[in-house]
Design a protein around this ligand. Structure first.
Ligand code: RNT
Ligand code: ZN
Length: 430
């Protein structure tokens, strides 16, 4: 039963949007069906369960020591369940290979679908799709920040075999859950200082990736590749640069992953979407928030996120652009971090779906840029938030900040009881 003030506000908003030719009921049905993939690694600071003493390496970093990091897969699933109950709409869960559940140590080139069976069973019960990624970092064999492009053929072989094992697992997940798993390959490969040879590592990377692609045929998973500007310790050269992977994806017909934190700070990631759609069938997004560097802060409802949503909708590409979140903040409640970022992404999509598109494109086609600007600015103060509240209420998810009380209760009852034997990160204020 939806409360009267929410109903009333929605009816008024519905009329305002109808006056612009928009059917908000239809928009909400469309919004609800857009999958957003939640990154499991926000829940445990990208540490995984492969090795209880494992450290995050590869030039990415989580900062903060907020209490309550998930230490086991059941804890992580419980935390995800709470987050999912506070996020309206269709979600997926994005895993990395280090989130396996095995009885003893198992090398990454030997992981099997069985190591992810609990995740698959859980996802089926929750009605979720899974995405799955090789973990080419946080491992002794990635200590030099070189994996698929490593000059040593044996190390390269190890990472190729890891990626092939991950393709089999992705394929299994997609088949089991009847929803293709997106398998994103991100590697940390690069050099801190100016390399003498930038070409050879890139050629090795092409050959390694080609082997990974040739090894498995699959209809139930899709391979994406993710480029990057730089990482900590690879400031001078990133082997898998954005140009490298754009060209690779276009020639090999894989998906390209655009991570919002992987470009120069003044570049618009949103603007890249339509260009990529001209040359690629499908894209993967890692929606994130870089603050001064690829810091992976929680996604805000800011201009950058709204622009990304607008570009997907304006390009009619909701079925070609897969939306995943990629941030990891250990300085705040980790469940709240998921909820805030995922709700913001979906709010941005709602705003984009509520644009008066025919009027905008007509103004543009008539070179009436005055009208175009006026419409775009007036759009910002249209009552989209009343539509959002009604949507949340209809999904029995809290409309506004009331969700925080639920997270706080869980923090007291569950998260703060998880005192780790020893902190995994340098102590910081909480
Ligand atoms: C790193 C990439 C990569 C990772 C995750 C854990 O810069 O963004 O996608 O963040 O896969
Ligand atoms: Zn990413």
């Amino acid at each position: 039963m939806i409360e009267k003030p929410i109903q009333d506000a929605y009816q008024l908003a519905r009329q305002r949007f109808a006056d612009q030719g928009l059917d908000t009921d239809a928009v909400l049905a469309q919004l609800d069906a857009i999958p957003i993939s939640l990154q499991c690694w926000q829940g445990d600071d990208v540490l995984g369960f492969e090795n209880p003493d494992g450290q995050l390496t590869g030039g990415i970093q989580t900062t903060g020591n907020y209490p309550g990091r998930a230490r086991t897969a059941p804890e992580l699933r419980a935390d995800l369940e709470l987050a999912l109950s506070l996020i309206p709409g269709r979600s997926r869960v994005n895993l990395h290979a280090i989130y396996l559940e095995a009885d003893g140590p198992i090398e990454r080139d030997a992981i099997q679908p069985a190591h992810f069976q609990h995740w698959i069973d859980w996802a089926r019960r929750q009605g979720l799709g899974l995405d799955f990624n090789p973990t080419c970092f946080s491992h002794p064999k990635s200590a030099q920040n070189l994996t698929l492009s490593h000059p040593d053929a044996a190390i390269r072989r190890f990472w190729i075999d890891h990626c092939i094992a991950c393709r089999r697992i992705s394929e299994h997940m997609g088949r089991e859950l009847n929803s293709p798993a997106i398998m994103n390959i991100w590697i940390p490969d690069g050099y801190k200082d100016t390399p003498a040879d930038r070409l050879a590592p890139r050629q090795r990377l092409i050959n390694a990736l080609d082997e990974v692609l040739a090894a498995v045929d699959g209809r139930h998973h899709k391979v994406a590749v993710e480029g990057k500007l730089f990482g900590i310790g690879t400031e001078s050269c990133t082997v898998g640069s954005n140009e490298f992977f754009l060209a690779y994806a276009a020639t090999r017909k894989t998906l390209l992953c655009l991570d919002a934190g992987h470009f120069h700070p003044t570049e618009s990631v949103a603007d890249k979407i339509s260009t990529c759609l001209c040359f690629l069938d499908e894209l993967l997004l890692h929606v994130s928030r870089p603050v001064r560097w690829d810091s992976d802060h929680v996604v805000l409802l800011d201009d950058a996120t709204i622009a990304i949503a607008q570009e997907i909708v304006r390009s009619n590409a909701l079925d070609r652009v897969h939306i995943g979140l990629d941030y990891f903040d250990a300085s705040i409640n980790r469940v709240a971090a998921w909820v805030i970022g995922a709700r913001n992404m979906r709010k941005a999509l709602l705003m984009a779906l509520l644009e008066p598109r025919p009027a905008l494109t007509q103004a543009e086609s008539e070179f009436d840029f005055t009208t175009r600007l006026a419409l775009l600015e007036e759009e910002k103060s249209m009552p989209w938030s009343a539509v959002w509240d009604y949507y949340c209420a209809s999904k029995t998810v809290p409309c506004g900040g009331e969700w925080l009380a639920t997270v706080r209760r869980y923090e007291t009852e569950v998260l703060r009881q998880r005192t780790p034997a020893k902190p995994r990160m340098p102590a910081q204020s909480t």
